[in-house]
Design a protein around this ligand. Structure first.
Ligand SMILES: [Zn+2]
Length: 63
């Protein structure tokens, strides 16, 4: 069993609040899906908040 210590992709802090599927960085207050950290490169990872902003912007473009 490998113990994987998650780190915030934004600030590199390991001071994270664990919510199961998601954790929240206590420094920059962004939440990330653990799955993304396992599967994606660091610069491809979007915080849940950033994804929502991205989708909202996309929606505005379409309308
Ligand atoms: Zn952070």
């Amino acid at each position: 069993m490998v113990f994987y210590m998650y780190q915030c992709p934004r600030c590199g802090s390991s001071d994270l609040i664990d919510f199961g599927e998601i954790f929240e960085c206590s420094i920059c207050h962004l939440s990330f899906r653990k799955r993304f950290l396992d599967e994606l490169e660091e610069d491809e990872i979007l915080a849940e908040e950033e994804k929502k902003a991205f989708l909202d912007a996309f929606k505005d473009d379409v309308v």
